[in-house]
Design a protein around this ligand. Structure first.
Ligand code: SF4
Length: 472
């Protein structure tokens, strides 16, 4: 049943969004008879961007293909958060030389954060690359490709300008959303953590209007989606005009998606401890029927002095206070985190504080990385860089400590019955799904279960995967 508020929301949706893009691109015949292959590495944001690229190129009649060998257009969509992404791009393009020799009409483009960061440098270093585009230019991709074909590859094209002032309006584009999919709610970041390249590769933070996100989720539900993950570099700083002189924040958005759509499950990522507030905890607690009790809350370092050098905007104590409060609101809370070891100036004592924090919070999952200097970032200029072998030792030590802990922590799931949303089933009848705690669960089932949430008794619990039996 739609109420007045919902009607207002519907009316507020930008009528010029995807439909107008679609009709523009449908009139391009550039993709007719041509296959496109997008090679992706990076975070969920990049995976989501790849879906968007395929969808846009399909509008311009390109045919997505499974291998680079079948393609007339290859796009490399590469993340630059971790080490050596540019080298990876060069070596991947190098591997396509033989394909280019065979097919002179094959065009190669580089996008994503690497495109944004390197721009014309990519083409200077690797002349096999025909075009480069940035993270704010994806929606223009069919036009860009069209230009590339028109010039017969004689001109190299670079389109990597940030559109700082343009609103962030266009809806989710995903070809086969399946059971669970991502919905972008915000892009870019204004936090400038001193280790992070995202503010330089994704630009200033922009939030999508709340009404657009709600509409997207409703449309996805109609297409059979049962679970959405609201996605942004820092979802907790989501803010958008509420049309009444104030603002909606992330807690408002989460509540609206929970109450005003028929989606069965909601997740979100990534959170920032600085912006994670009590209002959000409240909303999560009130809507546990839909909002999963799993939160990924990166702490990065257990040492307040390192956190300050990282420009994270919170201390160890504040982080722990927030965790305690979250556990009060959501007693069954399941936590994972990101950690950087070997940040410049990190002493053994600082590292010990990181280990202690992991033990104290009892994270069931950690994603830990060695610090690596990224271009443009402040920390890359710090003179107290930690030797590689020390970073390596610390990372290994952290994994050892956590692995022991994680085996113990997940024992509690043994014999518990978890609600599993079934995503797929293989030929042998092995079903795969996720529990509300974000645990990957395998059990024997039938194809009819895909898209259903079913009770599964856990028979074996390992840190990264569970096995179970369907409860009849
Ligand atoms: S919050 Fe910090 S780590 Fe996260 S994207 Fe922004 S700058 Fe990077």
């Amino acid at each position: 049943m739609q109420n007045n508020t919902e009607n207002n929301i519907l009316a507020a949706v930008d009528p010029t969004s995807i439909e107008s893009i679609k009709s523009d691109y449908n009139s391009l015949d550039i993709g007719l008879g041509r296959g496109v292959y997008v090679s992706t590495y990076g975070c969920q944001m990049n995976v989501n961007d790849t879906e968007r690229m395929y969808s846009l190129l399909e509008m311009a009649h390109f045919n997505p293909v499974q291998t680079p060998e079948e393609a007339d257009l290859i796009i490399i969509n590469a993340c630059s958060i971790r080490e050596k992404p540019v080298h990876k791009v060069y070596s991947e393009v190098g591997r396509y030389k033989k394909l280019k020799d065979k097919n002179p009409n094959l065009k190669i483009g580089v996008g994503g954060c690497v495109g944004q960061q390197e721009k014309e440098k990519l083409i200077k270093q690797q002349p096999l690359i025909d075009f480069v585009f940035g993270t704010d230019n994806i929606d223009n991709l069919p036009n860009l490709v069209s230009q590339v074909y028109e010039t017969k590859g004689k001109e190299k094209i670079i389109n990597a300008k940030f559109e700082h002032r343009a609103p962030y309006h266009v809806e989710t584009l995903v070809r086969n959303p399946g059971v669970s999919t991502f919905v972008n709610i915000a892009k870019g970041c204004d936090n400038f953590c001193t280790f992070c390249v995202v503010p330089y590769t994704r630009g200033r933070e922009k939030s999508r209007p709340l009404s657009h996100v709600v509409m997207d989720v409703r449309t996805l539900v109609q297409r059979g989606v049962k679970e959405v993950t609201l996605l942004g570099q820092n979802v907790n700083s989501y803010h958008t005009d509420n049309g009444a002189g104030g603002e909606y924040d992330f807690a408002d958005l989460l509540k609206k998606v929970a109450t005003d759509t028929d989606i069965e499950r909601i997740r979100y990522t990534t959170s920032h401890p600085k912006d994670f507030n009590e209002k959000l905890m409240h909303v999560m607690a009130d809507h546990q029927d839909k909002i999963c009790e799993y939160v990924h809350l990166p702490f990065q370092s257990g040492s307040s002095s390192i956190l300050e050098k990282m420009n994270r905007g919170y201390t160890r104590e504040i982080y722990l206070e927030k965790i305690a409060l979250m556990k009060k609101y959501i007693p069954n809370l399941v936590l994972s985190t990101d950690i950087i070891v070997g940040f410049p100036g990190e002493t053994e004592a600082d590292f010990q504080q990181t280990l202690d924090l992991v033990k104290e919070v009892q994270f069931e999952t950690i994603f830990a990385f060695m610090y690596s200097p990224r271009p443009f970032t402040k920390a890359a200029q710090f003179t107290d860089q930690i030797p590689e072998y020390v970073k390596n030792q610390r990372l290994n030590h952290l994994f050892e400590v956590h692995e022991k802990m994680a085996f113990e922590l997940v024992k509690k799931y043994q014999d518990q019955t978890l609600q599993v949303l079934v995503e797929s089933i293989n030929e042998q009848g092995k079903a795969q799904g996720r529990s509300t705690q974000n645990k990957l669960v395998y059990f024997m089932g039938t194809k009819e279960l895909i898209g259903k949430t079913v009770p599964v008794r856990i028979t074996q619990a390992f840190p990264s995967v569970f096995r179970g039996e369907l409860c009849q």
